[in-house]
Design a protein around this ligand. Structure first.
Ligand SMILES: O=c1[nH]c(=O)c2[nH]c(=O)[nH]c2[nH]1
Length: 287
């Protein structure tokens, strides 16, 4: 009996590529998940540890971002064709490339030239508490993902011996909104107040020139309380969905905040309550 190597392939899976196209103040977004798998004459690396035919998966990742920057917001089929041809035609050891691209749709948030809402997201929620006497109605929404492709800064923070974060005067700000709001009364037009609270959250996200997600959180909560007087308190949980500008300088490409790596974890998690100073005691309503 002898043992032989069967089918094999290797690559970089699920590169999260975000490409912003800027036409003056009006931005477009292309949000992709790109997986590359290459195969060919790769026996040596498996059988003897000879890596001379191995294009590193890290290089495949760089290529995905470099091609997004170089070719812009092309159709995903054209982008995948460019990548697949590149890997096979440039690498003698590679005979076959599989490039799979998923495009995640975003909608523009009303009037915002650089504000987007991830399509299909957002779940309306409510929790009611009743103890035989008092009633609390807490409404809300979750999983509503929004993104501003500019008008966000983060600088002036504490720096200690472990700080490597570079100050940003223009970054992407993206979050998945989880919000709950407490009604003062126990009856009302719940549907209407939901629409007004949701619109207030989105309006504040779009209109705030953000110095931090914490500042945006307070603006969002404040706008809800201003627009929906029957509410007394808003609780927000906002994960900071980090988008890192990809450094394409090593490939001879300028990247003026157009191509980003969308990281899923770890993420900053910004949480806070915003309330009227005359809000009645919540009792168990938040538990
Ligand atoms: O808006 C932000 N708030 C922070 O507290 C923080 N921390 C960080 O690393 N990035 C950010 N961004």
């Amino acid at each position: 009996m002898s043992i032989v190597l069967g089918d094999n392939r290797y690559g970089k899976a699920e590169n999260r590529v975000v490409r912003i196209t800027k036409e003056g103040p009006v931005h477009q977004i292309k949000d992709l998940t790109v997986s590359v798998a290459l195969s060919g004459d790769l026996d040596a690396t498996h059988l003897t540890g000879d890596n001379s035919g191995v294009l590193p998966t890290d290089t495949m990742k760089n290529t995905c971002f470099a091609f997004a920057q170089r070719h812009g917001a092309v159709e995903i089929e054209d982008y995948a064709l460019l990548l697949a041809r590149h890997f096979v035609d440039s690498q003698p050891s590679i005979a076959h490339a599989r490039v799979a691209v998923a495009e995640h749709p975003w909608e523009r948030i009303a009037e915002g030239p650089h504000s987007f809402l991830r399509a299909g997201g957002g779940t309306r929620t409510c929790t009611v508490h009743y103890d035989g006497t008092a009633v609390w109605v807490v409404s809300g929404l979750k999983d509503l993902t929004v993104l501003n492709s500019t008008d966000s800064e983060f600088w002036g923070y504490v720096k200690d011996e472990y700080t490597t974060l570079v100050e940003a005067d223009d970054r992407i700000l993206a979050t998945e909104i989880h919000a709950q709001w407490r009604h003062t009364g126990e009856s009302g037009d719940w549907g209407k107040s939901y629409e007004r609270a949701k619109n207030a959250l989105l309006e504040a996200f779009v209109r705030t020139h953000s110095r931090s997600l914490q500042q945006t959180l307070f603006e969002m909560g404040t706008r809800v309380l201003e627009e929906v007087p029957e509410l007394c308190e808003v609780r927000l949980k906002l994960p900071n969905k980090h988008h890192f500008r990809y450094d394409t300088a090593p490939f001879g490409l300028d990247n003026p905040n157009e191509t980003f790596l969308a990281a899923d974890r770890p993420y900053g998690l910004i949480e806070g309550d915003v309330r009227r100073d005359d809000a009645p005691d919540a009792g168990p309503a938040w538990t």
